[in-house]
Write a protein that binds this ligand. Structure first.
Ligand code: FAD
Length: 437
């Protein structure tokens, strides 16, 4: 008896419920990944990370006696075709929440019925399944704190060991890995479960300092696990299982990820429609301002530093994401969807639930009880980068300015300012709309 395990964004062998269960229940298992050309060019950073993660997954599967079968094309058509070729009777896949994933799942279900194949969906992309927790009288949690309380008190499954051995049917062509794309960030982290597990192991000793340090921009000692969670190189459950206390500040951050998954599951248009009912969206459409923001030349150093980090690493510190997104929406008053698209292009960890959920939160259109909060970038800069080291790291043109003065180059004496190859801040747009005041 043979089953196909269709990998999607769960590129690991440890704690992989679909893989572990299929290996226990079937004689032969065909681990498969189908590269959909429709998704290929969206983000060179993520395409590169995916390619590296697939190479690593293939190595890990080979180490267990199996392999990774790679196909290119429409995932549903290719998987059904492969099932015919290898005589599979079942297909196992991790359940996902995005529009794309749900459409794939619906089509796969219909095709499986037509071909008399058994389709089974498994958990694994989140700690707690989206939809498993519901507030009294509601469809999903709209506020984080009560969700976090319910989440901590919920029954979690236990992380699974990797399979001991994978038996592949003979004679299946395994296919070649896709080419590496051009245009990726020069200092982007490398993908793969092996790197991810090493990163987790090396970072965990820092956990004790996380609560106090994670907002310190220059210290830069958050886990940087987000791209690995994004591609499922790590199981989020396994990550939080390593921390004794479910109320730990780090575990709380991982819960935000689950929170936005359950939000996207209940509100699939999170990436294009304001979640908050009745909010008037009065955004400006100024391409020059958007370009300046995107390229890191708004003239506000802390904002530009964040954007330059994004280009260089395909990752940005969470505090810098809050500041840059706040600047786009609350000071420049540009549409959050424009910022979402820029982040979506560059971020290694960019995904629909977290990127959209966070953008909506900052823009005041989303899951937040204080939608009118603003982020004053200058105050934030002095608070979270008091010495200016983060700004100097990313803006070499300001590297000679010492201390916190680097946050406000417009306050420097004229003679000094004229020597800087750095623009003045973009002029503020007209008065804000009433809902932003
Ligand atoms: P750590 O501080 O070490 O946190 C551990 C893990 O918790 C992270 O890896 C992440 O999985 C999760 N996490 C932490 N903060 C958040 C949060 N606010 N929302 C959801 N999960 C969180 N995160 C993404 O994974 N993908 C995105 O596309 C994304 N877009 C964002 C857009 C904006 C405008 C903002 C403000 C935040 C966004 N975030 C996104 C959340 C957060 O910035 C990143 O998860 C975090 O910076 C990743 O770094 P880390 O792994 O070192 O985080």
């Amino acid at each position: 008896r043979t089953a196909i395990v269709l990998f999607t964004r769960d590129l690991r062998v440890h704690d992989h419920p679909a893989l572990a269960t299929s290996c226990a229940a079937f004689d032969r298992v065909v681990p498969t990944f189908v590269l959909d050309p429709a998704l290929a060019d969206r983000s060179p950073n993520r395409t590169r990370f995916l390619r590296q993660s697939l190479a690593d997954l293939r190595e890990n599967l080979r180490g267990l006696g199996g392999d990774l079968v790679l196909r290119q094309g429409d995932p549903v058509t290719e998987t059904i075709r492969l099932a015919g070729e290898v005589g599979a009777e079942a297909i196992a896949v991790s359940a996902d929440v995005s529009r794309y994933a749900r459409r794939r799942e619906r089509r796969l279900r219909a095709e499986c019925e037509r071909h008399r194949l058994h389709l089974r969906l498994f958990p694994g992309l989140t700690v707690v399944d989206p939809g498993a927790l519901r507030p009294g009288g509601g469809e999903h949690y709209k506020v984080f704190s009560p969700y976090f309380r319910a989440w901590q008190g919920a029954q979690w499954r236990t992380a699974l060991a990797r399979p001991e051995r994978i038996e592949l049917p003979t004679g299946v062509p395994v296919g070649r890995l896709p080419a590496l794309p051009a245009g990726a960030s020069p200092d982007a982290a490398a993908g793969g479960e092996t790197v991810a597990r090493r990163r987790l192991r090396d970072w965990l000793p820092n956990l004790g300092g996380y609560g106090d340090q994670h907002d310190d921009l220059a210290a830069d000692d958050t886990s940087r696990l987000s791209p690995y969670l994004r591609f499922g190189c790590l199981s989020p459950l396994e990550v939080v299982e390593r921390v004794a206390d479910r109320a730990d500040p780090f575990v709380r951050q991982v819960c935000w990820r689950d929170f936005y998954y359950q939000a996207a599951a209940a509100f699939p248009d999170l990436d294009r429609t304001a979640f908050r009912a009745g909010v008037t969206e009065d955004w400006r459409y100024d391409t020059d301002a958007l370009d300046a923001w995107t390229e890191g030349r708004t003239g506000v150093p802390i904002v530009d530093a964040g954007m330059r980090q994004l280009h260089a690493e395909g990752w940005m510190h969470n505090r810098a994401r809050l500041i840059t997104a706040g600047h786009l929406t609350k000071q420049l008053r540009l549409d959050w969807r424009a910022g979402l698209a820029v982040f979506g292009h560059w971020l290694l960890d960019g995904d629909v639930p977290n990127n959209s959920g966070n953008w909506q939160w900052v823009a005041g259109t989303g899951h937040d009880t204080r939608p009118y909060r603003g982020f004053n970038p200058i105050r934030q800069a002095h608070r979270y980068d008091p010495d200016g080291a983060y700004v100097r790291r990313w803006l070499p043109e300001l590297a000679a300015i010492e201390g916190g003065a680097v946050h406000e180059p417009w306050r420097l004496p004229d003679a000094v300012r004229r020597t800087l190859d750095y623009p003045p801040p973009l002029p503020p747009p007209g008065p804000p709309p009433p809902w932003l005041r």
